[in-house]
Ligand binder design. Sequence first.
Ligand code: ATP
Ligand code: MG
Length: 396
Amino acid sequence: MQSVIVHYQEIALKGRNRPWFVERLVSNIRSATADLGLRRVRALMGRIEVQYESGDTWGEVRDRLARLPGIANFSKAVRCPCDFEVIAETVLGELADLEVESFRVTAQRADKRFPLRSPEIERQLGGRIKAARGWRVDLERPALTVRVETLTDEAYCYLSKESGAGGLPSGVSGRVACLLSGGIDSPVAAYRMVRRGCRVRLIHFHSYPILSHTSQDKVAEIAERLTRSQLETRLYVVAFGDIQRQVVLAVPPALRVVVYRRLMLRIAERIARASGAMALVTGEAVGQVASQTLDNMAIIDSVVSMPVLRPLVGMDKDEIVREARQLGTYEISIIPDEDCCTLFTPKHPTTKAKAREVEAAEHALGVEPLVDGAVAAAIRQDLTFPASVAPSARDE
Ligand code: ATP
Ligand code: MG
């Protein structure tokens, strides 16, 4: 049998919510690995232990844990009874095939009833390793760090650490709805909210069949990526092509982008409310394109009465691109496709829309029936990770 010791973000999880956060993380780890036949996932003394049968499961377990928000780091570990002699023998056994220049021992005593304090464990175990292997002790820059954690009945020993995704466990922060295009920015915005523990609903507007099916295919793939982190995703696909045609007929060119955005937000708000989301999320950043000015943001937000969150608002494009690459959505986003807004967008959208002009244009257009129709025709799709585990088997 093999163990993985999972550490969560201690500081973020302090306080009264902590037991609930930990329970949620345990349940997320169970869901994320449901098809791997793991033996057990349990919370114990400030960490989580994942047990699996020895074999080649580790690579898959590692990939899945690395994507789960709420995990600070995790390690493949050997478990043994919490007795110094046994710990020393276990560690020496683990080191048998290794040869290093220098090492140190880092110990953590979770149950204070263990007779040796952490520095004493470090000194004594370090002495045993040095005597057996002749390696030099280097506390500052060791080539190898031997880590030992002593709990009540069991101790864990490990030699390396994997970085986790950080953030908070998915599902602890409520629901939001992200307007997801096939572009580079909005997937990163959605992920940032996933990482803060939100369940992120996705809403995509497409112009099929006026344009190709590409944007919907891209969005489905991006949704699949995000689902590997949040485990459940509800995607709404909204037909927007006819609405855009009507905007082109009724609204002066310079105002069209603002009017599209206001329509998108109105539709998104209705869908968000119906699915229990408390805020909208977009991938906008101040000044990135002509339509993303503070003036326009204000006039766009004024049509809805829930917060519009813009997690990327202060980021440079290259920072966003870096995050998109890490997330694995960049390669999908750059697949060429006609954006539903670019087709109908004039060369010079206004950067400073005036509320009165926009409202007059919308009055001529008649927005309410358009919004009602789009909401009624929205198509909902539920995704889960792993795909083989049905949502009903989960505990939300
Ligand atoms: P992105 O890379 O996310 O498409 P962008 O820099 O291209 O962003 P815009 O096209 O101005 O910016 O869109 C601004 C935001 O509006 C997007 O980040 C997204 O949240 C939302 N949005 C734009 N087009 C769509 C769409 N077709 N469906 C859903 N949301 C959209
Ligand atoms: Mg775009």
